[in-house]
Design a protein around this ligand. Structure first.
Ligand code: K1U
Ligand code: ZN
Length: 169
C-alpha cells in the first residue's frame, strides 16, 4: 500500500470531470487500498479519486467511529434523493482548515460497483449521506467551497495560496 499525494484547492485539476472506471481489476483494487490508507492517514471520512489526481469514478468512505467499516463505491450513481434537505457543516481534505455549511439531501440511495466488481445499492442518511454527496461532487469536478459566496470563496482561495507559498519556502 502507498500514501498518495493530495491535490489542494485551487488546483485546477480538482475541476476535472471523472470518467467511468472501465473494469474493476488489480489496478483499481490497488488504487482502492492506497486511497483508503491515504484517507485514514489524513483522518478524513471520505476521499474521491479526483483528489489524488486520478480522474475515474471511484470514492472511498469510512464514517465509523472505529474506522473499520470502509465503503468503496465504483461508478456511483444517485438513484434517489429525499425531498428534505439540511445545512451541514463540511470540511475537505483538499481545503484544509476550512469548514462551512452546505445544503444537502437528508438521505440518498446510490448504486455502484464494490471492490469485488459486484453491483450494490446503498441507502444512506446522516453523515454517510452527506459524505457520499460531497465525494460525488468531487467526481463532477466540484469542490464544496463552490457552494459558498464568491466573497468567501475568494478569501479561501487567497488563504490557501498563501499557505501553499509559505509551505514551498
Ligand atoms: O472529500 C474529502 O475531502 C473528505 C472530507 C469528507 C467530508 C467531511 C465532512 C462532510 C462531508 C464530507 C473529510 O473527511 S474532511 C475531514 C473530516 O474528517 C471531517 C470534517 C468535518 C466533519 C466531519 C469530518
Ligand atoms: Zn472534499
Amino acid at each position: 500500500m502507498a500514501l498518495l499525494p493530495l491535490l489542494f484547492f485551487p488546483d485546477p485539476r480538482l475541476h476535472t470531470v471523472a470518467k467511468p472506471v472501465p473494469a474493476v481489476d488489480g489496478r483499481i483494487q490497488t488504487l482502492v487500498a492506497d486511497m483508503l490508507q491515504t484517507m485514514y492517514e489524513a483522518k478524513g471520512i471520505g476521499l474521491a479519486a479526483t483528489q489524488v489526481d486520478v480522474h475515474e469514478r471511484l470514492i472511498v468512505i469510512d464514517v465509523s467511529e472505529q474506522r473499520d467499516q470502509p465503503v468503496v463505491l465504483i461508478n456511483p450513481q444517485l438513484v434517489w434523493t429525499s425531498a428534505e434537505t439540511h445545512l451541514n457543516e463540511e470540511g475537505c481534505l483538499s481545503v484544509p482548515g476550512i469548514y462551512d455549511g452546505v445544503e444537502r439531501f437528508d438521505a440518498v440511495t446510490v448504486s455502484a460497483l464494490g471492490v469485488d466488481g459486484k453491483s450494490r445499492v446503498l441507502q444512506a442518511e446522516g453523515l454517510l449521506s452527506v459524505c457520499i454527496q460531497h465525494e460525488m461532487d468531487h467526481l463532477k469536478g466540484k469542490v464544496f467551497v463552490e457552494y459558498l459566496s464568491p466573497l468567501k470563496r475568494n478569501r479561501i482561495k487567497k488563504k490557501m495560496l498563501k499557505a501553499q507559498r509559505e509551505e514551498a519556502r
